[in-house]
Design a protein around this ligand. Structure first.
Ligand code: NCD
Length: 334
């Protein structure tokens, strides 16, 4: 069952491969391992590596950063909309002295039908030292990484993973809670379509954090509990919030809801984080959200701007975290 749910997500990568020639290349390259320093997901990252990245991110935070990546060329290849992830990867790269170039699907040869692998080869040929990629298909960064000899960093692939978000969220949690020990986390919202939730579950479970996933069955199918050991599913925010140290809210991913009939008024009535629901969590609970937030839907303005909200702090922490990811990618993580 667990495999089926995961495989369903992963096969979304297939539309990215166009034509028989691409299938041939896929076979011939299938054995290639991603270049050292690639960050494709949290699932296969060891606890030790995660701790190392978080430690490095804390050092990056000290502002006195040396231009570790001077003259390195980092390409930001974005096939999907992004504000936080894109700008913080760019600022992180530039803060380390790297040169960045943004390639988006609109306005590039991708619009003309160029395949992912041909775009990757082109960017390598112009001298890219690393590629940060966001793509609507799960598995796209993995595919690219198998074909290139430079590090590939996953900045979000379809409904699969968003490793840099999980790392910056871990960084934020540890800033406010000091340790993962004994923590209770409630993740509320559209978990099924969320790469943020998937990466967060992988990371938190590696540190023994108790996670409750909360939402209606369309957003939290029972099978979601099998993603990692120890996950709980609840349909009632009141239950999920009781005793929670960390509340992670997620946006309803309208762009991935094709064919589903969700009544927004019902969602708001049952699941919106309001000041009175927030009172059920621990008094020092923090409210997180990867953004973009939709005020009046998954949370109220009072909660978004309230004293327990660390939503903008997450965005802020994205820069040192991504500096650490880029430094590790280019072998400068000393
Ligand atoms: C998320 C994403 O794009 O996966 N945002 C982000 O990267 N901070 C979440 C979302 O789009 O809802």
């Amino acid at each position: 069952m667990r495999m089926t749910w995961f495989a369903g997500v992963f096969t979304l990568a297939l539309p990215a491969l166009r034509g028989p020639r691409m299938m041939q290349r896929l076979r011939s390259y299938a054995m290639n391992k991603p270049a050292r320093g690639s960050l494709l997901g949290i699932e296969h990252l060891e606890e030790k590596e995660i701790r190392g990245l978080l430690k490095l991110a804390r050092r990056m935070n000290l502002l006195k950063v040396r231009p570790l990546l001077r003259n390195k060329r980092i390409v930001l290849l974005f096939y999907e909309a992004s504000t936080r992830t894109r700008s913080s990867f760019e600022i992180a790269a530039k803060s380390l002295g790297a040169i960045t170039t943004l390639v988006q699907s609109s306005g590039s040869s991708i619009e003309k039908g160029e395949s992912l692998l041909d775009t990757g080869a082109t960017l390598r040929a112009v001298g890219a030292d690393a590629i940060v990629i966001r793509h609507p298909c799960a598995g796209a960064p993995h595919l690219l990484a198998k074909h290139l000899d430079i590090p590939v960093i996953n900045a979000g692939d379809g409904m699969h993973e968003h490793p840099s978000q999980a790392l910056l969220d871990a960084f934020t949690i540890l800033k406010h809670k000091k340790s993962f020990k004994g923590l209770q986390v409630a993740i509320i919202g559209d978990i099924y379509h969320s790469r943020v939730a998937r990466s967060a579950c992988h990371l938190l479970s590696k540190f023994g954090v108790k996670v409750t996933l909360c939402g209606p069955p369309e957003f939290v199918p029972e099978v979601a509990a099998t993603l990692v050991p120890g996950l709980r599913v609840s349909r009632h925010p009141e239950e999920a919030l009781r005793g929670a140290d960390v509340i992670m809210l997620l946006r309803l991913q309208k762009e991935r809801l094709a064919g589903q009939k969700i009544r927004l008024q019902d969602y708001v009535a049952h699941y919106q984080l309001t000041p009175s629901r927030l009172k059920l969590a621990r008094r020092d609970a923090i409210v997180m959200h990867p953004g973009p937030i939709i005020r009046g839907l998954e949370l109220t303005t009072e909660v978004a701007d309230g004293p327990q909200s660390v939503i903008l702090d997450e965005v802020h922490n994205g820069v040192p975290t991504r500096m650490a990811i880029l430094a590790r990618a280019l072998g400068k993580a000393k």
